[in-house]
Design a protein around this ligand. Sequence first.
Ligand SMILES: Cc1cc2nc3c(=O)[nH]c(=O)nc-3n(C[C@H](O)[C@H](O)[C@H](O)COP(=O)(O)O)c2cc1C
Length: 207
Amino acid sequence: MSLDNQTRDSILAAIPNLRAFAISLSGNVDRADDLVQETVLRALANIDSFQPGTNMPAWLFTILRNLFRSEYRKRRREVEDTDVLIITTPMHNFTVPAALKLWIDHVLRINRTFESTPAGKVGLMKDRPTFVLVGSGGFHSGERARQPDFLTPYVRYALESIGIRSINFILMQGLVGGDTSISEALLAARNALSRHAPFNRVAPVLA
Ligand SMILES: Cc1cc2nc3c(=O)[nH]c(=O)nc-3n(C[C@H](O)[C@H](O)[C@H](O)COP(=O)(O)O)c2cc1C
């Protein structure tokens, strides 16, 4: 790989615009930063195929767009292809955080994962064991619950509408309570998971 100063400077100069482009494509700042990093790495690895004097930003934008497209194509099959679905999420303001809502909006697509019939929505995905691990600062279930829970009924309804019915919610509650509460919640979650295939092949965790 040969990288002269001018080429290096033109790559560096393009990064702010690349980042803005990546944010507009992915809608997520962290993902956008990863995309920019992957783009620069890909560009450096293939710098010999860049023709000096041509438009460096345009070349980088093309690399970034292609990376995003191929990842998007792979992701679109994420739900179709998996035998077990695992979702880990915090509770934010009594419901799903914005990132999980975004995922749901990508996944629940008419004529792709469900179809609309006179009798209502019919899921097109095969059912499969599904685990939704929910972390929350406080309690929303059981005797210590002091807040409503719009997360579990919503996620259940969303998944059922695409055909996924074998849903296990594993709750890790009281996580603001310090190290002991966190350890207890994690232990309970691990043990709850270990009662289900495919995790029951893993030895249960003892206190
Ligand atoms: C914006 C925001 C909203 C939150 N809302 C709730 C809530 O409604 N109920 C609750 O019990 N915990 C709430 N929490 C606490 C998170 O659920 C808790 O921090 C998370 O499960 C633990 O993950 P962490 O270690 O990444 O913070 C909230 C946290 C944030 C940042």
